[in-house]
Design a binder for this molecule. Structure first.
Ligand code: SAM
Length: 204
């Protein structure tokens, strides 16, 4: 990740969503992007030029556009038509983003379009967030990285965020080795970022 005087930036053309510039770099604001908030809390988070990313919950392409400034390709899955329209505009300037209008609860609908990826980034606000992460293990290379933005209020509003996060971790663990869990306060309330590594498949 590129930091200039403590400010996270990405190296790409500006004017995507009104982001500010620092010289020729785009400022990546932790209040606008959970990924930028995670980078503030976890200095090991990185995106590299030879990496492929599968991004679930692309929305208008705010965070996708910054990740695309760093990596080779981003497969960007979004279910809703309105954000998809804006995402398509972002793709016009960034040909390394492959937009896919689909439901992340049905990965077989886009499996033929996506190569094995180094990073699975998930920011889908549905009760089935953990199931989605488990179902997408097949897209990750062995030892690839999962970044799961866990939005606890939409999982079960009667249970505490900590309880929901602990349960999510125990469900993920046979499939992923947990590397870090970070609450994204003060930038995003009741959101935990779970960073994990795919456990290699026992089958060749
Ligand atoms: N990741 C975005 C960013 O940082 O710029 C914000 C994502 S927003 C919190 C969640 C997005 O997930 C919404 O755009 C929503 O339409 C999308 N979404 C919700 N359910 C989905 C599903 N089943 N499949 C794909 N996208 C979904």
């Amino acid at each position: 990740m590129l930091w200039i005087d403590g400010v996270l930036v990405s190296p790409g053309k500006g004017g995507v969503y009104g982001e500010r510039m620092l010289g020729e770099f785009r400022i990546w604001d932790p209040r606008r992007s959970k990924c930028a908030a995670l980078a503030r809390h976890d200095p090991t988070i990185d995106f590299l030029p030879d990496q492929r990313v599968l991004y679930l919950g692309a929305a208008h392409g705010t965070t996708v556009s910054h990740i695309a400034d760093y990596v080779e390709v981003v497969y960007a899955v979004e279910i809703a038509a309105h954000p998809m329209r804006n995402l398509l505009r972002v793709c016009q300037e960034r040909p390394n983003i492959i937009p896919i209008m689909a439901d992340a609860r049905n990965p077989s609908s886009y499996a033929p379009l996506v190569e094995a990826v180094d990073i699975l980034y998930q920011d889908v606000a549905t009760p089935s967030q953990v199931d989605i992460a488990l179902d997408h293990r097949v897209f990750l290379k062995d030892e690839g990285i999962l970044i799961l933005m866990l939005k606890t209020p939409c999982m079960d509003s009667r249970r505490s965020p900590e309880d929901l996060c602990s349960e999510a971790i125990s469900l993920l663990q046979p499939t992923y080795r947990i590397l870090n869990t970070v609450w994204l306060e003060p930038y995003h309330r009741d959101h935990a970022a779970i960073v994990a590594q795919a456990v290699p498949s026992p089958f060749p």
